[in-house]
Design a protein around this ligand. Structure first.
Ligand SMILES: Cc1cc2nc3c(=O)[nH]c(=O)nc-3n(C[C@H](O)[C@H](O)[C@H](O)COP(=O)(O)O)c2cc1C
Length: 226
């Protein structure tokens, strides 16, 4: 698979087959991805991995936790979106939400239906393996950007092995339960989780097409060509 093929075929997959991800394979991917660059070579990503029995136990903990604390565990680690998100970002967010809910036949005003899909985040969408990505609280925006570089490298390498993924900021809403389960130090902030597994190709939720801005909408030569 070329890099371009990996980039094109990576999508957020939200339904997985019941097929285990071999641990050595995941370790190989996560190790190689650490060749990702980071400012000052800090390599600020800190990971906890789940699969097999531990994953089942964690999902069981989360099922009752989500029932007990449906709004999550405030105060949250960070604001997932800026308050009063302006355009054109607001429309992008709205649009992908509409596509997601339409794919599973949930109407705009079907609050329980939307909630049902949201809650699937906390089952890792049925994925058999997952990464939880933390960053030391002393780190700032430059190091958070480094996490993104690392995580995208992971997602592309997963494609090379026929695996798919979904990065999940939603996990930050349950940072206390996650931290306790994986015994992560309190100095670590939970940035996101990532569901990892083999895609269920029959699941309608996996057929979503997520649009992108045209080149001219996010880039411009200086000075503009005449
Ligand atoms: C850091 C990050 C966090 C995300 N968190 C979630 C999440 O919590 N739940 C979810 O369903 N999708 C989540 N997504 C997936 C985005 O919705 C998705 O990347 C975007 O809509 C573009 O679609 P694509 O990944 O299929 O290209 C996240 C993506 C990123 C990069």
């Amino acid at each position: 698979m070329s890099v371009a093929q990996a980039v094109r075929s990576r999508r957020s997959v939200r339904a997985f087959l019941d097929q285990d991800v071999p641990r050595p394979l995941l370790e190989e991917v996560l190790t190689l991805a650490a060749r990702a660059p980071s400012g000052g070579n800090l390599q600020p990503w800190r990971l906890r991995l789940l699969s097999g029995e531990a994953m089942c136990a964690f999902k069981a903990v989360m099922r009752s936790r989500v029932r007990e604390a449906p709004e999550g565990e405030a105060p949250f680690e960070y604001e997932i979106y800026p308050k009063g998100l302006g355009e054109p970002y607001r429309t992008s967010r709205f649009d992908i939400g509409e596509r997601l809910y339409a794919s599973i036949g949930v109407a705009r005003d079907d609050a329980p239906g939307r909630r049902g899909q949201f809650v699937r985040n906390f089952d890792f969408f049925g994925a058999p393996a997952a990464v939880l990505c933390f960053v030391d609280r002393q780190m700032g925006p430059p190091q958070w950007a480094d996490l993104g570089v690392y995580l995208q490298t992971v997602m592309l390498l997963l494609r090379e092995h026929g695996l798919h993924s979904c990065p999940q900021e939603a996990w930050s809403l349950y940072h206390r339960t996650v931290r306790a389960f994986v015994s992560a130090p309190t100095e670590w902030l939970l940035f996101c989780g990532m569901a990892i597994g083999y895609e269920d190709p029959a699941a309608p939720v996996n057929a979503i097409e997520s649009p992108r801005l045209a080149f001219e909408e996010f880039a411009a030569w200086v000075p503009p060509p005449v």
